[in-house]
Ligand binder design. Structure first.
Ligand SMILES: NC(=O)c1ccc[n+]([C@@H]2O[C@H](COP(=O)([O-])OP(=O)(O)OC[C@H]3O[C@@H](n4cnc5c(N)ncnc54)[C@H](O)[C@@H]3O)[C@@H](O)[C@H]2O)c1
Ligand SMILES: N[C@@H](CCC=O)C(=O)O
Length: 552
């Protein structure tokens, strides 16, 4: 157990300049390309790796082992990981509560320094290793891995420091005579449970665990079984950067058991979740049922599913709308929560040139294993995803949807699904409504004169409200659609694709069934993991209890 540091801080420190991590290109024959290819090849040859549970800094090999396959080639096992059980969750919680006093007493600049160092380590010494682990484990091609596991994760660490500094500086604007008002932003009492999705390392390690930890909370982290290895690599980097024992406990294992044990604990203070809507709803209900058990009211933060749209107006630039739609729908095989899933195009434009241009560009997309850098698309994450996606394509066909391209999958070596476009005459058909999380878009060619009615249709088609875009060269149409679609998404793009939010630039989150919209990548999220205490100090004592108004 670390002793409680009470280091004096003789200065109000500024942070080093905070900027987005520059993206690298990995063009053929570049040094980055050669070194990354080497890291990928070495990782394939050296695996499978062994990943322990980590509690209080101790690496625990439970002997109950599960596997994370490489989705590009599922006979290749990337890692074997040890699973925790309920007893280890109790140990993790107790250990984190013991680590809490020292952690929350650590001066803010020292806490920040750990995460700033982790960002610098990822950006330099470990860049290729983190990228290789993300490519092989999560089926990302180089560019998608660079977005996530180099740029966004560093951005989360660095911008979080900036936002917390801003939060701590947010103080009451007024003090009456002879008083001093102050606000301190205490961490929550108890521990925070972080439950992360497979698809973004940055969301898991950069946001879900670090937003609470950086504000002084202790965290029990249950990573996704489909991204264990990259998550563990990032965790080890945080440890190398100086994260003390017990502050973040790494607890992989069977989800209902691990999460259930944490949620049932009296000291449960908050859930930081990203994943599917149905799991989040289930957890919220479990928490609600436990309310009498807890010390306080747990904070519940969850970003969940999407059914994202592009709305194209007749004035739009067709080439731009086509290209942006392809990127939004098929990058990372449609496995971004923000991925395009519903495309609305005026009928005359669709039949005129949009449809043909879309199909011509999609025909050039290559799909293949991520270690072959040339492919625009890789595999989907797992067998169950492959089956769900293929099942939804079949369901769309049964409802009369016409498959214009793709519709085929091959799971013999890896889980590959071809980029698929379905045209529907029924704007509320199955693939217009349900989240697919795969490389499939459904197009509805709307009557040219029904632009406004189609906006209302978009708004009322699904329960989700995550991301959406409007393509229009006509500013009046843009404004009209934006007003009609005000509540249809938490992220609205004008003449841009509906994916690709950047920390520090486009705070991310959706509403309705898509989440609590606490906007990761902005100051807002940090308010959820602190419990402010207001302090008023009086310097001059009153002489009497009588007020002037009491005088005759
Ligand atoms: N809105 C966002 O910011 C955002 C970002 C990324 C992903 N997502 C969403 O995440 C989903 C894809 O990720 P996923 O497949 O990892 O999601 P998921 O819901 O299957 O899993 C998320 C986490 O919950 C855990 N989990 C699963 N079942 C559980 C249960 N019964 N009890 C407790 N925990 C359980 C998983 O093990 C994992 O750690 C999509 O719906 C996507 O839209 C949303
Ligand atoms: N922030 C990412 C999406 C993360 C969800 O999976 C984007 O905007 O594309």
């Amino acid at each position: 157990m670390a002793s409680v540091p009470q280091a004096p801080q003789f200065g109000l420190f500024s942070l080093p300049p905070i900027k987005n991590e520059p993206m690298r290109n990995y063009e053929p024959k570049s040094e980055d390309r050669i070194k990354l290819q080497q890291a990928v090849d070495e990782m394939i040859a050296a695996g499978p790796f062994e990943v322990p549970v980590v509690i209080n800094g101790e690496k625990i090999k439970t002997g109950k082992v599960a596997q994370q396959p490489n989705p590009s080639n599922h006979s290749h096992i990337l890692c074997n990981y040890h699973e925790a059980d309920e007893a280890l969750v109790q140990k993790a919680i107790e250990g984190s509560l013991k680590a809490k006093t020292a952690w929350e007493n650590m001066p803010w600049n020292d806490r920040a320094a750990i995460f700033l160092k982790a960002a610098d380590l990822i950006a330099s010494k470990y860049r290729y290793k983190v990228l290789a682990a993300t490519m092989l484990g999560q089926g990302k091609n180089v560019w998608q891995a660079e977005i996530d596991a180099a740029a966004e994760i560093c951005d989360f660490f660095r911008f979080s420091a900036k936002y917390i500094q801003e939060l701590y500086s947010t103080q009451p604007p007024e003090c009456s005579a002879n008083t001093w008002n102050r606000t301190e932003y205490r961490p929550l009492e108890g521990f925070v449970l972080a439950v992360s999705p497979f698809n973004f390392l940055a969301i898991a390690a950069g946001n879900l665990i670090c937003a609470p930890a950086m504000t002084g909370n202790v965290v029990v982290w249950k990573p996704s079984p489909m991204s264990i290895y990259s998550n563990y690599v990032a965790y080890e980097i945080l440890r190398e950067a100086g994260l003390p024992d017990g502050v973040i406990q790494f607890v992989p294992g069977p989800a209902p058991e691990i999460v259930g044990a944490a949620i049932n604990h009296r000291e449960f203070a908050g859930l930081h979740f990203t994943g599917s809507t149905h799991v989040f709803r289930q957890l919220w209900k479990q928490i609600g049922n436990n309310l009498d058990k807890y010390r306080g009211y747990p904070r519940i933060v969850g970003e969940t599913g999407g059914k994202n749209f592009h709305m194209v107006h007749k004035s739009a630039n067709v080439d731009a709308a086509v290209t942006q739609s392809i990127r939004a729908a098929f990058e990372y095989q449609g496995q971004k929560c923000s991925a395009l899933s519903r495309l609305y195009v005026p009928k005359s434009m669709w039949e005129g040139e949009f449809k043909q241009k879309l199909l011509d560009q999609i025909a050039q997309i290559s799909v293949g294993p991520v270690q072959e850098f040339k492919h625009f698309m890789g595999p989907v994450i797992a067998k169950h995803s492959f089956e769900k996606i293929m099942g939804l394509i079949e369901a769309a066909k049964k409802e009369g949807g016409e498959v214009l391209c793709g519709g085929q999958g091959d799971d013999s070596k890896g889980w590959y699904v071809q980029p698929t476009v379905i045209e529907t005459k029924d704007p509320k058909s199955v693939t217009m409504v349900n989240e697919i999380f795969g490389p499939v878009i459904t197009v509805y060619a709307y009557p040219d004169e029904e632009f406004e009615q189609t906006c209302e249709l978009i708004d009322s088609t699904t329960e989700y409200a995550l991301t959406g875009s409007i393509f229009s060269a006509d500013r009046y149409a843009l404004i009209r659609a934006s007003n009609l679609l005000r509540n249809a998404s938490g992220m609205m793009y004008y003449n841009d694709k509906c994916t690709g939010a950047v920390v520090g630039q486009q705070p991310f989150g959706g509403a309705r069934a898509s989440g609590t919209n606490d906007k990761a990548g902005s100051i807002s999220i940090f308010y959820r993991f602190v419990s402010a205490r207001t302090i008023k100090e009086t310097t001059i004592d009153p002489a009497t209890h009588i007020y002037p108004s009491n005088l005759e």
